[in-house]
Design a protein around this ligand. Sequence first.
Ligand SMILES: Cc1ncc(COP(=O)(O)O)c(C=O)c1O
Length: 390
Amino acid sequence: MLEDVATLPVDALVEVGQLLRNDARADIIDLGIGVYRDEHGRTSIPDVVKAAELHLFRTQESKAYVAPDGDPVFVEAVRGLLLGPGRPDATMVCVQAPGGTGALRLAMDLVAHAAPGAVVHLGLPSWPNHAPMLAAAGLRIATYRHYDADAGAFDFSSMCAALAKAAPGDLVLLHGCCHNPSGTDPDAAQWQQLASLIANRGLVPLVDIAYQGLGDGLESDAAGVRRLLDAVPEVFVAMSCSKSFSLYRERVGMLLVKTPDERAAARVRSNLQSLARLNYSNPPDHGAAIVRTILADPRQTLMWRIGLAAMRMRIIGIRETLAQNEKVDLSFIGRQKGLFAMLPIGAEAIETLRRDHAIYMARSGRINLAGLNDANIDRFVAALAATLER
Ligand SMILES: Cc1ncc(COP(=O)(O)O)c(C=O)c1O
């Protein structure tokens, strides 16, 4: 059976990582993989996470299964982060999921079950996992343009034109904030218009929000999701805690599904429980328990918020430094948000940067801004300028 199984292509970023590990140069600048790095290039464990782990170590009494739809206390706490404080809405179903990816896959599997072969409108460029995941779930993909690479700006009119042609019942995959890879999001007025357009055309948003708190702040970054939930009767939101809590490997996220009424909500919950059971039985607990522990304690929550704000300010600072440099025009980066930006350069320039300057990035030209710091940012700008002048 396994003799003839085909070899699949290595994920492009994994490939970049492999090249990097085999590179012995001392001055490597790694702008590839999408994790936050501090000024010293580390993706460290925040003190609040360590404190929560210590607390769990001392007090946790059982490692028995949680439940297919996860821990209700965790779910309630992160629902509050996403929607703001308020009474739970009985038409919304929230379940714990193994990371943002797990939440997305639950949503896609549920859609495939409820509406086999449904069309999902996907703005390109997008996170490279979106299209393969949609295809793996058996959904059909219709792509559209949402990014003006020449201007480094969000292309709202192209997006609206595409959605105006979408058929009722189609889904639209949206990034809740800090678009990966473009760094460009709708502004508040555009979110409002999008929510109306989506509601009027009978479309269903599938929102991927993996960077809440790393753009403008926890509240503003969730504003688009909240507009959609206010305006549209059926909405899926896949939320990741990987970046905001620095819990990448612990696999912690949540899926929220807004349904038309309470009876539909009960049916949806039963489907999500079944999908979870068939895939992984129960979600992993450790990351969710850490998040729950932090959010249950106002002091720890404050410390976490301060840490998240520090990450955000560091990213904003890097964006400003790049935008203000005088060697190469990167002004567009100062108008964008989140961890990522797309350099408007081709494969040859990307290869020159790697070969001649030890600068690594995704093949698409996406850079993780958090890979830059005071010690390497000038060298990065100089290398980019020299490469583009060749
Ligand atoms: C846009 C987007 N969605 C989802 C994810 C997946 O997050 P998680 O690691 O929680 O599965 C990522 C991770 O890089 C991402 O960038």
